[in-house]
Design a protein around this ligand. Structure first.
Ligand code: HEM
Length: 231
């Protein structure tokens, strides 16, 4: 392995990579939530947005490639780090009492690998149903200025009418909130951005981000389920 390869794969390097990929994914999730807010506006607004994204062509492919690389690097580094931690601390199950803030031994911190694995599994399922799911060929067509485009809004609307589908989303979004609650704070620690003065603030911002993102996403299926959507 090259010198830089060793540096990335050292314990510190892995922590850095985990933190950087994690924070980048938080950035994606924020943008995704903002885009999804158009679901409340209505079918035309959301389909126009989705269609514009799809029309970006090569730029979209590059963005998706970067996104996939971030997900994979984050997942792979997290699994390797967790396995190494388990190997070096075989008594891990003995440590169960929450030490509370600011030591950060919380439910969120102890379940990071499990919430992370559920989120990855969810993301694959999510892509299969939404990104690669029913489209124009299956009759999901909307017309924007006379042009036929994929009616992604109808797909979202129909899927969230199913209580199990919506319930599954709500469950995973709660886990996402727990994952972000610890991950956000932990990333700043790993990047060495901790300071007695700012750490409590980063901790609070992490909790706010986790609640805003978790609740922001989980309200969508609940809203569709109970109202049937905006259009
Ligand atoms: C209520 C919650 C959510 C809704 C309604 C939703 C909706 C959608 C839709 C409709 C698409 C397809 C966009 C397109 O094909 O143009 C999509 C793509 C995607 N979503 Fe979600 N999403 C939700 C939550 C999440 C969460 C929590 C994550 C990550 C943990 C996520 C990750 C992704 C990814 C990675 C893509 C593919 C982006 C791309 O390649 O262009 N989504 N989502």
């Amino acid at each position: 392995m090259s010198k830089s390869g060793y540096a990335i794969w050292s314990t510190v390097g892995k922590k850095f990579l985990l933190a950087l990929t994690g924070l980048s994914l938080v950035g994606f999730i924020c943008v995704h939530l903002v885009g999804n807010l158009l679901l409340y506006v209505g079918a035309d607004a959301f389909n126009t947005y989705a269609h514009k994204l799809m029309s970006m062509g090569p730029l979209l492919y590059v963005a998706e490639l970067i996104l996939a690389a971030l997900f994979l690097a984050h997942m792979f580094t997290a699994i390797v780090t967790t396995l190494n931690n388990w190997k070096s601390r075989p008594d891990r199950y003995a440590v169960n009492a929450s030490q509370g803030s600011p030591s950060q031994m919380t439910v969120s911190s102890k379940t990071m690998i499990w919430t992370g694995l559920v989120i990855i599994g969810f993301t694959v399922f999510h892509l299969v149903t939404f990104k690669y799911g029913a489209g124009v060929e299956e009759g999901y067509v909307a017309y924007l200025d006379g042009e036929p485009v994929r009616d992604l809004y109808r797909l979202v609307q129909e899927l969230f009418q199913d209580p199990f589908y919506s319930g599954f989303y709500v469950f995973v979004m709660i886990l996402l909130g727990f994952h972000l609650r610890h991950g956000f704070w932990s990333a700043f620690q790993s990047l060495g951005l901790n300071h007695p003065r700012y750490t409590p603030m980063i901790h609070t911002v992490g909790i706010i981000a986790a609640v805003v993102l978790g609740v922001g996403f989980l309200v969508i299926p609940i809203w569709f389920y109970f109202t049937g959507g905006a259009a």
